[in-house]
Design a protein. Structure first.
Lengths: 586, 234
């Protein structure tokens, strides 16, 4: 559910009576199952001291009764001060309201119940930063339950992962000074890692400078022109005739350009895993405003629904449910048992029968206490977490989207405490039982109890990773050039749709490979247990990587750093990471 | 301890190498199962299968304690220095003292063995998040079952002179109780000592089993007292 929280130095817009102002999502627009920002402003606290912000998010679970994912943010209360928090929360059950509370010394000092508006729960969400809160209503008529939301700069999250609900962000009126550095970085990172952004430039409103690195065009002069019609604006639609005031664009290399009266007015390009467009024509101004074909522009900008490459459920199923405990534990238990029997034997041999029996009973009493403690220790060590990380490299950048899937298992059930790495956004990978997430500087601690018979639970973590890699294939498909960076990649293969091409181990750095088109084979034809394949692909379920529509290079990266660990000790089984590197055409 | 028979039997068992061997065989088996039962269990078929080595440990304990207690009572295992009931009947001991003494000696031995095994069980149960109350309930059940069957052994030691015939009848009894009862309808299988233990471990304590085995023990003790009359004991 959550893992990141920010205590904002900047005061929130306003704190309502009762001491809590809560804003969920983007002007209320949310999606189910992905992290959405929950901004909480706390004021009017009665005293200084340790306090906790508690967010109860109803979730769906397999068992009967209510299930709640609770996020706890400890903080130091300052009476009279306005304290603001930005917490990513995954909404699982929108029929029930979000409950936000502030606790001090176990006492509830503030409480707010925030219902989720059903009409603002989108299948896809378009967020627009515009002074004019209208104009996108037609998107609601699309089949994909698109929810347009008009937000302001304060709504932009501080973590890129909190954009998970957003399919398209439109920036029209944005004063960059209202964004702090974290918000700027989060926005740019989100785009590089798969976000879609439209920046509308117009007279007096240039593109935000902090986005300059990712924009596909530079803004030029503002020009006035009259169009009589005929120029193509989008597939199947021509610009409406009339007088225009546009900003001429200077497209950068690789940009796709749409012209109006011969002037470049729309430029778009892929950036990493994302997509950015600059519009020099303002759809809120006539003659585009009110134009029926305008929806085609928005549909083009919205693009097709994004499909995750990794099937988290399949990965969770493949991860081992429990790992063998170390030989040290067996030795410890065996030693304790032998010592117990040895003491009993010595007593039986050296003591008179009556006294021996009494001494044995004394040993039994001591052994009961010792073995009970030993049982707790063994149980703690038997708790395990197995994880695998997928690095989805963003082409042309040194960034990668790091998705980690982990399975915690507690033999025979019982409590667990899993700690995620700092700066990660972590949460459950599937609907399950109650969960409590406590934010700490060292990472978020996820706590819960697994019932006997359901002894595992899956989590996922999303983070930004530094990973510079690239892969290109020639147009004839016969030469592949790969640069995988400083680490070798083992058991590499290309994936494209339902076909695969085995490459074998790749050395660090750049390498070139001659490709034989006849060696592409269908996934259903290959031996799923072939040792040349990465472990994650050796299982019978071949849908870990969902059939990519463009070529993807996949392979194992041997050295990985565990993302999750067990706060109370246990076994951590970090499997080799999997590289997912989009292959560009050349 | 006013019962001389009880005193003598406990003294003999405390000094017996056979009993010591029995105890360490029993504890060795429990220890081995405890070690093998460390999670993840070997060959544990699936998560939903709750038939684990933890439960097997309780069953094995019940079988071992019951067999050794009844075998000692039936003189199938002759404990050094322990005089059979029939021999005592020719002595100055009243029948009641002999039967009560032998009976309490069996019960004390059973409880002692259960106590010796309890640390190993608490380790296995603790690892599996089982409750101490459950373990106490199962131990009490095993004690009553083993005592009831040991009382049958005591009866056999008095009424069956031939050692071979006594062993055959003893084993037949054990097979009948531990195996043949599995053929009963499911709602009556609580008569099986292992099924009863499993149900107690599962939280459904079989009170009927306690009543039946306690009654069996009392009845066998009464019959043993009657049987001693033929040896002229008062």
């Amino acid at each position: 559910m959550l893992c990141g929280v920010l205590l904002l130095a900047r005061p929130a817009a306003a704190a309502q009576a009762g001491g809590l102002d809560v804003r969920v999502g983007f002007a209320g627009a949310v999606r189910v199952g992905v992290p959405v920002p929950v901004r909480v402003a706390v004021s009017l606290l009665p005293e200084a001291g340790p306090a906790s912000l508690v967010i109860d998010a109803p979730a769906m679970g397999p068992q009967a009764g209510p299930v709640t994912d609770t996020t706890v943010v400890p903080f130091e209360a300052e009476p009279g001060a306005l304290q603001s928090f930005d917490v990513p929360v995954v909404l699982g059950n929108i029929r029930q309201p979000l409950v936000v509370r502030v606790l001090m010394a176990g006492r509830e000092v503030a409480r707010r119940v925030v219902p989720i508006t059903p009409s603002l729960v989108g299948g896809r969400v378009v967020v627009t930063l515009s002074d004019e809160h209208a104009g996108l209503d037609s998107l609601s008529r699309l089949d994909e339950r698109v929810v347009p939301a008009y937000a302001d700069a304060d709504a932009l999250p501080h973590r890129w992962q909190e954009y998970g609900a957003v399919d398209l962000l439109v920036i029209r009126d944005l004063d960059p000074a209202r964004l702090d550095d974290e918000q700027r970085d989060a926005l740019a990172t989100w785009v590089r890692l798969g976000g879609r952004l439209v920046v509308i430039v117009r007279q007096g409103v240039p593109a935000p400078a902090f986005l300059d690195d990712i924009l596909p065009a530079d803004a030029g002069d503002v020009r006035s022109l009259t169009v009589s019609g005929g120029a193509t604006a989008s597939p199947g639609a021509a610009w409406p005739p009339g007088p225009y005031t546009v900003t001429a664009l200077a497209p950068r290399p690789g940009a796709t350009v749409t012209r109006l009266g011969g002037i470049p007015v729309i430029a778009s390009a892929a950036v990493g895993l994302g997509w950015v467009a600059v519009w020099g024509v303002d759809p809120w101004q006539p003659p585009v405003a009110g134009w029926a074909g305008r929806q085609g522009l928005w549909v083009g900008a919205l693009g097709p629904p994004s499909r995750p490459l990794v099937n988290v459920s399949s990965v969770a199923d493949l991860l081992p449910n429990g790992t063998p405990i170390g030989p040290g534990v067996h030795a410890l238990v065996a030693g304790a048992i032998v010592a117990y029997l040895g003491v009993l034997y010595l007593i039986a041999r050296r003591r008179a029968p009556g006294a021996g029996a009494l001494a044995s009973v004394g040993v039994v009493v001591i052994a009961l206490a010792v073995f009970w403690l030993l049982a707790g220790d063994v149980r703690g060590r038997s708790t395990s977490v197995a994880e695998v990380t997928f690095f989805e490299a963003a082409p042309g950048t040194d960034a990668a989207r790091a998705l980690t899937v982990a399975v915690v298992s507690v033999p025979y059930g019982g409590p667990y405490r899993v700690r995620g790495a700092p700066r990660e956004v972590v949460g459950p990978a599937a609907a399950s039982g109650d969960l409590r997430a406590t934010v700490a500087d060292t990472g978020t601690v996820l706590e819960g109890t697994l019932p006997a018979g359901a002894e595992m639970r899956a989590f996922q973590s999303l983070a930004l990773a530094q990973f510079a890699a690239r892969a290109e294939i020639t147009a004839d498909g016969r030469t592949l050039t790969v640069d995988v960076g400083p680490e070798p990649v083992r058991r590499a293969e290309l994936r494209w749709g339902a076909r695969t091409y085995r490459l074998g181990d790749l050395p660090p750095g750049a390498s070139t490979h001659a490709m034989d088109p006849s060696r592409w084979v269908s996934l259903t034809e290959i031996d799923s247990h072939a040792p040349v394949r990465a472990w994650i692909f050796q299982a019978s379920t071949g849908d870990v990587i969902m059939n990519p529509t463009t070529p993807i290079l996949v392979g194992e990266i041997p050295h990985t750093v565990p993302v999750f660990d067990l706060a109370d000790g246990g076994t951590v089984d970090a499997r080799p990471a999997i590289l997912l590197l989009p292959v560009a055409g050349r | 301890m006013g019962n001389a028979v009880l005193r003598g039997d406990l003294r003999a068992r405390g000094a017996s190498r056979k009993v010591l061997a029995i105890e360490f065989f029993y504890l060795g088996i429990l220890g081995l199962l405890t070690l093998l039962g460390l999670p993840p269990e070997l060959n544990r078929p699936e998560v939903s299968n709750q038939t684990s080595l933890g439960l097997a440990l309780l069953g094995v304990q019940g079988v071992l304690v019951t067999y050794f207690a009844s075998a000692c009572a039936a003189q199938e295992i002759a404990v050094e220095g322990e005089r059979p009931s029939v021999d005592l009947a020719f002595g100055p001991f009243p029948r009641r003292m002999i039967v009560v003494g032998k009976s309490l000696a069996s019960l004390a031995t059973i409880v002692y063995w259960l106590l010796l095994g309890s640390p190993l069980l608490i380790l296995a149960i603790g690892i599996r998040q089982g409750s101490v109350a459950m373990l106490a309930a199962v131990s009490a059940l095993v004690a009553i079952e083993a005592w009831g069957i040991a009382q049958l052994g005591l009866l056999y030691s008095i009424v069956i002179d031939s050692e071979f015939s006594r062993a055959v009848v003893h084993w037949t009894t054990l097979l009948a109780l531990f195996v043949a009862t599995l053929a009963l309808p499911v709602d009556q299988q609580w008569l099986n000592p292992i099924v009863a233990v499993a149900r107690a471990a599962g939280g459904a304590f079989p009170v009927q089993a306690v009543i039946v085995y306690a009654a069996l023990g009392l009845a066998a003790g009464g019959l043993a007292q009657l049987a001693l009359r033929r040896y002229g004991a008062s």
